[in-house]
Design a protein around this ligand. Sequence first.
Ligand code: NAD
Length: 329
Amino acid sequence: MKTLFFSAKQYDKNSFTDQNKTHNFQLEFVEEPLNRHTAVLAKGFDAICIFVNDSANAEVLDVLAEQGVKLIALRSAGYNHVDLSKAKELGIKVVRVPAYSPYSVAEHTVALILTINRKTHRAYNRVREGNFSLNGLMGFDLHGKTVGLIGLGKIGVCTAKILLGFGCKVLGYDVEEQEEVKQLGVEYSSLDNLYLKSDIISLHCPLTPDTHHIIDSSSIAKMKKGVMLINTSRGALVDTQAVIDGLKSEYIKYLGIDVYEEEADLFFEDLSDKVIKDDVFMRLLSFNNVLITGHQAFFTEEAMREISRVTLGNIASFERGGEVENEVV
Ligand code: NAD
């Protein structure tokens, strides 16, 4: 299988080249993201492999089909960046990595909660400058606090287990309730009750038409004043302008995000010598109670190994024919 990787970084090349020793596929890597201008690069490839900010919309899929691409291997769990009905119409199969390491994202979620609460990022800089003042660094005990998790799938459940270990009360909202989740000690709740009772709210549901801007001005108005909001799922779950208004009115007291609705123009690149033109993002950065990471929650050694192992396994299964493993339906 001749496969072209879009948006490929050195760490992708290392990880996939290592795993490819057992397959011997012909892999090629380009740094360009997939879009309507770059889709022609796929000419002569059987498959392409793309990441979260590559766009496989209808227009791009038409170009890919013209180039002869038959398989899109997503090296991610989320598939909101692919027009699935168009892919089906064109006979292009789409496969993904449904689970690689839910621990990676859950642990990063808790890292955001702890950092923004205990302000270790600010303390690190202070101490390096010989400033040992504690003014402004006071946090709160997580023990006894109520955390509301929206989406209790693989990552939500891992996050719940960690937070239960801290002595938090965990409320959960999901469109499907599972008995095993209740057994863990998670209390299922309506969304409104979760907003009302939670000191910390963390998002772990996929981005779908139903969840787009699930956090907006009306949901923020239902939250406890002083709430901490965490998003390690997908940027467009949150109406960023509404969150900025919540931060300005001090209704939202802390914000931790690993994803941002317009991240495709920013994340995964070194822009330190460039002018960032996204005023909404820069406004977010100006708050000292906002912590932003650039979509790195998945980025652990274990997760990268599993992503490359499963992705190449998916491609092998397509090559063998018959039922394709991990096809997105
Ligand atoms: P999952 O499929 O195991 O769980 C998702 C859960 O959300 C399911 O239980 C589902 O029933 C629930 N859900 C669906 N629609 C909902 C709705 N309208 N309201 C509430 N709950 C709803 O997925 P997962 O592996 O736990 O991943 C969750 C999300 O995390 C992914 O969709 C992806 O967007 C994000 N993610 C982010 C990173 C990162 O690096 N930041 C990495 C991996 C995944």
